[in-house]
Design a binder for this molecule. Structure first.
Ligand code: HEC
Length: 305
């Protein structure tokens, strides 16, 4: 139906144009004008969609250098997250990134059984003060954190965050791995990709050159340096080690259900494989009698008179 009417509209449009080009005093009905503007509207939207897909800018710096693909263990089908790396990555987040970036979607309790024990998490939460209330006289009050509280933010609001970072806004990192093209590869490359700008490239005061950041000039300075912190498990804290750990931590933060999801997937596949085997067996069993049946035809013998 729709196709037919669309074709009709186009035909009418053609007729209309021919008509208009031959006769000036157009006797076109308002119906035809309406159809025409509709078809023109469809064409405009279509063209806009087509051109917005085609990138007119072939400048690689505008899109950022494409991050190489790294062999992350947790991306393998049967692998879980490296939980020791999540624990180290949390340490990097807390000691470095948390000064500027929030992690709104992660509560203290989410770390229990993932990277820390319950007692550790309780102690960590208690180090922070949270505003709660109102109490029975209607006042808000401060209390130590509980595992059910969410990670504290470095800034009260976006304006304060921008004011503290020369106008640039440090985005929330909870879903950063999912929010950027290239995911974990991008974040790792970004953190390890700081370098001097190539000859001829001018970087404005307060920005830093990083080829992986779209545009090449990022408001965040290089934050990871060899030996910046001391890991409790003795892993040497090199720049790339810290970048890798914090990227794995953020991958977990963006997808905390990954381990469980893969486990459920394996269970489902195993179940389905067993059920498929069973149903194949059952089908063959049921059909065996029918499929091996031999049909004989005994023509009636003519009776002798
Ligand atoms: C001194 C403050 C500061 C610290 C510390 C900091 N960042 Fe940033 N970060 C920023 C700012 C500001 C931006 C926004 C930059 C821009 O838009 O130009 C940013 C942006 C980002 C982005 C987004 C880039 C994009 O594609 O938009 C990521 C990812 C990021 N930071 C990760 C981290 C990680 C991981 C750490 C810890 C290892 C960290 N940052 C530490 C200030 C900081």
């Amino acid at each position: 139906m729709f196709r037919l009417s669309a074709r009709k509209a186009v035909q009418q449009l053609g007729a209309q144009i021919r008509h208009q080009s031959t006769s000036s005093a157009s006797a076109a009905t308002s119906m035809n004008a309406k159809t025409m503007s509709m078809a023109a509207g469809v064409a405009t939207v279509g063209a806009a969609a087509y051109f917005s897909m085609e990138s007119a800018d072939a400048n690689m710096a505008a899109d950022g250098l494409h991050a190489p693909v790294y062999p992350w263990d947790h991306k393998k089908n049967l692998a879980t997250f490296d939980h020791a790396a999540i624990r180290r990555g949390y340490q990097v987040y807390k000691e470095v990134c948390a000064a500027c970036h929030s992690l709104d979607r992660i509560a203290w309790r989410n770390l229990i059984g993932v990277s820390h024990t319950e007692a550790e998490v309780k102690a960590m939460a208690e180090e922070h003060e949270y505003t709660d209330g109102p109490n029975d006289v209607g006042d808000m009050f401060e209390r130590p954190g509980k595992p059910s509280d969410y990670m504290p933010r470095p800034y009260a609001n976006e304006e304060q965050a921008r004011a503290g970072n020369m106008g640039a806004y440090p985005p929330d990192l909870s879903l950063m791995i999912k929010a950027r093209h290239g995911g974990a590869d991008y974040v790792f490359s970004l953190l390890t990709g700081y370098q001097d700008p190539p000859a001829g490239v001018e970087i404005r005061e307060g920005l830093n050159f990083n080829p992986y950041f779209p545009g090449g000039a990022i408001g965040m300075a290089r934050v990871l340096y060899d030996g910046l912190l001391e890991y409790e498990d003795g892993t040497p804290a090199t720049t790339s080690q810290m970048a890798k750990d914090v990227t794995i931590f953020l991958s977990w933060a963006a997808e905390p259900e990954m381990d469980e999801r893969k486990k459920m997937g394996m269970k489902a596949l195993t179940m389905l494989a067993v059920l498929t085997g069973l149903s194949v067996y059952l089908k063959r069993h049921k059909w065996a009698g029918i499929k091996t049946r031999k049909i004989l035809y005994n023509p009636p013998t003519p009776k002798k008179h």
